[in-house]
Ligand binder design. Structure first.
Ligand code: QAP
Ligand code: CO
Length: 174
């Protein structure tokens, strides 16, 4: 297992549309395991393969309090999206340090393939429903910051670019 590097906004690679997985084999299971390790280490509740520069349709989620409910979604499809609108403060491992209000639908039905290669369907509500929509967005190259005002988005972009320059300078000095 390995910790993977998480791409940060405004990295253009986060805009890549991910390709469907054709077979759930050892290679895919390895990516899934590394994604869980990276997500739990962060710590985060959801991660899309796009965020670790793997452009295949894979999502890991665990919204439990004690990291006891790992969920793997391969080739996820949201088949039903209904229910009330809900505004939640969302974070994103690719937009570290920023939390913004995003309005989404709080109930959905998701079809996907599990880590075991078996197709399944899951009904999702609340935080899980919001998280799955956030992660499926990543697979389409879409980010949480796309839902906020251009002014806020630019402010976040400037701050993260500054941080990345500082990190690059620090690395160069070592
Ligand atoms: C997506 O996000 C999500 O800024 C998952 O410094 C989040 O796990 C969907 C994280 C909230 C719905 C609601 C963010 C960790 C983790 C940060 C995450 C940070 C450290 C974000
Ligand atoms: Co995210």
């Amino acid at each position: 297992m390995a910790l993977l590097e998480i791409l940060e906004y405004p990295d253009p690679r986060l805009r890549t549309v991910a390709q469907p997985v054709t077979t759930v084999d050892e290679r895919i299971r390895n990516i899934v395991d590394d994604m869980f390790e990276t997500m739990y280490d962060a710590p985060g509740i959801g991660l899309a393969a796009t965020q670790v520069n793997v452009h295949e349709r894979i999502i890991t989620i665990d919204v439990s309090e004690d990291k006891s409910e790992p969920l793997t979604f391969i080739n996820p499809e949201i088949t039903v999206l209904d229910g009330e609108e809900e505004t939640m403060q969302e974070g994103c491992l690719s937009v570290p340090g920023f939390y913004e209000d995003v309005t989404r639908i709080e109930h959905c039905l998701v079809k996907a393939i599990g880590r075991d290669g078996e197709p399944f369907e899951m009904e999702c509500r609340g935080l899980l429903a919001v998280c799955i929509q956030h992660e499926v967005d990543h697979l389409e190259g879409k980010l949480m910051v796309d839902y906020i005002s251009p002014l806020k988005r630019n402010r976040i972009k400037d701050k993260l670019e500054k941080k990345h320059k500082q990190e690059a300078r620090r690395k160069g000095k070592k």
